[in-house]
Design a protein around this ligand. Structure first.
Ligand code: ZN
Length: 338
C-alpha cells in the first residue's frame, strides 16, 4: 500500500480568511482568530483522515502566507515598512518586509498547530516551513548585505524551530523550496547546504518540497515559457541525493517534468505530485493511478509517496476536498494490477 500525503497547505474556510487568495486577510483578530485557526486545523485534519491521507498536515491554517507565516515570529524584521520586490527572478512583484537587524526567533512558531495535530490523530504528522533560499527571495535585505550569510542565519532559526517541532511529536519536518527551481546553480551550490543546516541534529524524517508554484496567473505564464521539457530538477537533484535529507517532493501531474529525472534521487523517499493544483478539474482515481505507475518505473514502491504537486491554499474548498479523495483513491487503485 502506498502512503499518501500532501505538499502542505489547504484552502482556508470563508469564516477564517478571504478565500481563493494567496495573501488572504483574516476575518477575526486576537483570541477569536486564534480559536478560528484551531477550529480550521481540526476541520482539515478530519477531512484528510476521512479522505484516506496517511501523513497529515495542519493545512497551514495558522499562517497568512507560507513564507511570511514564519517571518512574523522573527525578530530583526520590519513588517511596517514593506517594499515592493520582484520575487522568483522577477516573475512577480510582492510587497515584502525588510531585514533590518540580527535575526532571532521571538518564540515558538508552530507549537500550537503541531501539538493540536499530535493530540488529535494517531497518523503521522507533518509540519512545513519555508526553506532558507525561498525566504531570502521573499524579503528585502537591509542588514546582511550577503544573500548566503542571510540564508544561513535563517537556516539556524529554522533548525531551532524544527528541533522543537520534533520534541512536540511531529514525525516529518518539511522545507518548501520553490526557489530551487528558479536559481538552480545557486541551489546546487549553497541552497542544499543551507537545507542541511536546517535539519542538523534532527532524528525525525526530513523533507524538501520543490515545485513550479501555486496555480496563480504569474506562475501559469512562467510555465508557458519553460518549453516542453522541464529539466530544472536535473541540476539540483544530484546535490539532494548526496545530502542528508530523507524525502523530496516534486511536481509530476500535468507537468512537463520528464519523470526519468526521479532516477537522480537514488536512495531518497520521493513524494510524487499526482494532483495538479493549477487546475480545478478533479483528477479521476484512474489518472492518479496512471501517474503513480509511470513514476514506479523510476522509484521503488516502498519509497514512493503519492502527493499533491504543491499546496492547495488558493483553491476552492470543495475542489481541494475532492482532490484529497482522488489522491487516496488513486493510490489504492495503483496497487491493483493495471
Ligand atoms: Zn509548492
Amino acid at each position: 500500500m502506498f502512503r499518501t500525503t500532501i505538499a502542505g497547505s489547504l484552502p482556508k474556510p470563508a469564516w477564517l480568511a478571504e478565500t481563493n487568495k494567496l495573501w488572504p486577510a483574516w476575518k477575526a483578530s486576537g483570541a477569536e482568530l486564534a480559536e478560528a485557526k484551531r477550529d480550521a486545523t481540526l476541520l482539515w485534519l478530519k477531512e484528510q483522515e476521512d479522505a484516506g491521507i496517511d501523513i497529515v498536515t495542519d493545512g497551514e491554517m495558522s499562517r497568512q502566507h507560507f513564507v511570511h507565516g514564519f517571518l512574523e515570529f522573527v525578530e530583526g524584521i520590519d513588517f511596517t515598512n514593506k517594499v515592493k520586490m520582484g520575487i522568483r527572478n522577477n516573475r512577480y512583484d510582492a510587497m515584502v518586509p525588510q531585514v533590518v537587524g540580527p535575526l532571532k526567533l521571538k518564540g515558538r512558531v508552530h507549537e500550537t498547530e503541531a501539538r493540536l495535530l499530535r493530540a488529535h490523530t494517531t497518523r503521522r504528522v507533518k509540519i512545513t516551513m519555508p526553506g532558507p533560499m525561498t525566504i531570502i527571495d521573499t524579503i528585502h535585505d537591509a542588514h546582511y548585505g550577503d544573500r548566503v550569510a542571510m540564508a544561513m542565519a535563517f537556516a539556524d532559526l529554522l533548525n531551532q524551530e524544527a528541533r522543537a517541532l520534533q520534541a512536540d511529536g511531529v514525525d516529518i519536518v518539511q522545507f518548501d523550496e520553490p526557489a530551487f527551481n528558479v536559481y538552480m546553480a545557486e541551489a546546487a551550490d549553497w541552497g542544499v547546504k543551507a537545507l542541511e543546516r536546517c535539519i542538523a541534529g534532527l532524528t525525525c524524517t526530513t523533507a524538501v518540497h520543490i515545485c513550479y508554484g501555486y496555480g496563480i496567473e504569474a506562475n501559469l505564464k512562467w510555465k508557458e515559457t519553460l518549453g516542453d521539457s522541464w529539466r530544472q530538477y536535473e541540476q539540483v537533484f544530484p546535490a539532494l541525493a548526496a545530502s542528508n535529507i530523507n524525502q523530496v517532493s516534486l511536481e509530476c501531474a500535468n507537468s512537463h517534468v520528464p519523470l526519468e529525472l526521479i532516477g537522480l534521487l537514488q536512495g531518497k523517499d520521493v513524494m510524487v505530485g499526482v494532483i495538479d493544483v493549477a487546475s480545478e478539474v478533479v483528477e479521476t482515481p484512474e489518472q492518479v493511478a496512471a501517474t503513480i505507475r509511470e513514476a514506479l518505473k523510476y522509484v521503488p514502491a516502498d519509497k514512493l509517496f503519492p502527493c499533491t504537486n504543491c499546496g492547495m491554499a488558493p483553491m476552492p474548498r470543495d475542489v481541494a476536498t475532492a482532490k484529497l479523495r482522488a489522491l487516496a483513491a488513486g493510490a489504492r487503485l495503483a496497487c491493483e494490477p493495471a
